[in-house]
Design a protein around this ligand. Structure first.
Ligand SMILES: [Zn+2]
Length: 322
């Protein structure tokens, strides 16, 4: 795809952070019914014991909608996945720290994230959804509340309109207050995004291993483009998340070589997360099984510690545990 075609296509793409107009509100009846599945409630206790201070860097909290109403223009309706469920998940998998990424369903109302951070004794940080109408004081207040980044999801299924000028303006504004940016790409668009990402004045994190498909193989041009970008630009970080999105099926071992290669390629710029409660997945994983993939991704204990503890501490400015 030529770059001008990409940008034209993106005019029809949605973003988590609002880059333009948003779709019409849902009808009241339609609005109450979950349109996606909730997580597997029977989280297995993993065999792998995560090192102390490990951080799950990609998770969401949904509602409860009675306290934190979903956006009327959301692209899907999830079942509630509350802070209480979130805490139970992390107790079960033995991970005490987390980064809550505000989901598209909460629009640019970030209270569901900042309220959880406020009750976490420093164990949670957040990634917000923002919009151009927010003032510098609004952004500063989010930063004070534990937000370290904002997210841009260039995905068709999340609806809305993308405007690259607004994108760049927002990136410049958050760069000025020390945030990084989180980038969720549509599968098959990494190559087109490389020049856009390389030109960013700030650290950027690519979600879900670049939204690759394991079926395309380790020599796929998209995956090679991601590896080249990651090796050649020290502002590029990659999230080792979403094996269930890349894989043909459980136990997701076909995604392991991709994770392993990304970790080996830049062991100081990779972070791990569950993506609980797994919105919009074809195959619902069990989070205990996802934790047990970690030693397959990174057999070496020192590398595991980078992936799980020291890298996220640095990126999200957690209190160092080392
Ligand atoms: Zn997610």
């Amino acid at each position: 795809m030529l770059r001008r075609d990409l940008l034209a296509t993106m005019a029809g793409l949605g973003t988590a952070t609002v880059l333009g107009t948003v779709p019409a509100p849902l009808a009241a009846e339609e609005a109450k019914i979950p349109t996606i599945a909730g997580p597997d409630p029977a989280t297995k206790t993993p065999s792998f014991k995560a090192p102390p201070g490990s951080v799950d860097t990609h998770t969401h909290i949904f509602g409860p909608a009675s306290t934190y109403p979903f956006s009327p223009t959301r692209p899907y309706t999830p079942p509630d996945a509350s802070l209480e469920m979130f805490r139970a998940l992390h107790a079960k998998i033995g991970v005490e720290r987390a980064v809550i990424v505000n989901a598209t369903v909460h629009g640019t109302d970030n209270r569901v994230v900042t309220d959880a951070i406020a009750q976490s004794n420093g164990n949670y940080k957040g990634v917000a959804n923002i919009k151009a109408a927010m003032s510098d004081a609004d952004l500063a207040a989010l930063g004070k509340a534990g937000i370290c980044a904002c997210r841009f999801a260039f995905l068709r299924r999340l609806g809305g309109v993308g405007d690259m000028k607004v994108f760049r303006t927002l990136v410049d504004r958050v760069a000025a207050i020390g945030w990084h940016v989180d980038i969720y790409l549509e599968a098959g668009t990494i190559q087109e995004f490389v020049p856009i990402l390389k030109a960013l004045p700030v650290t950027y994190v690519i979600d879900h291993m670049g939204t690759i498909s394991a079926a395309k193989g380790i020599d796929d041009a998209e995956f090679k483009a991601l590896l080249d970008l990651q090796a050649g630009d020290d502002r590029c970080w990659v999230k080792i998340t979403g094996p269930e999105r890349a894989s043909a099926g459980a136990p997701f071992h076909d995604a392991v070589p991709f994770a392993r290669k990304l970790i080996d390629n830049a062991p100081d710029r990779v972070i791990w997360g569950t993506d609980w409660p797994h919105p919009n997945v074809k195959i619902m994983p069990n989070d205990g099984d996802l934790v047990d993939l970690i030693p397959l991704y990174a057999p070496d204990a020192a590398v595991q510690r980078k992936l799980l503890v020291s890298n996220p501490e640095r990126l999200f400015k957690f209190e160092p545990r080392s």
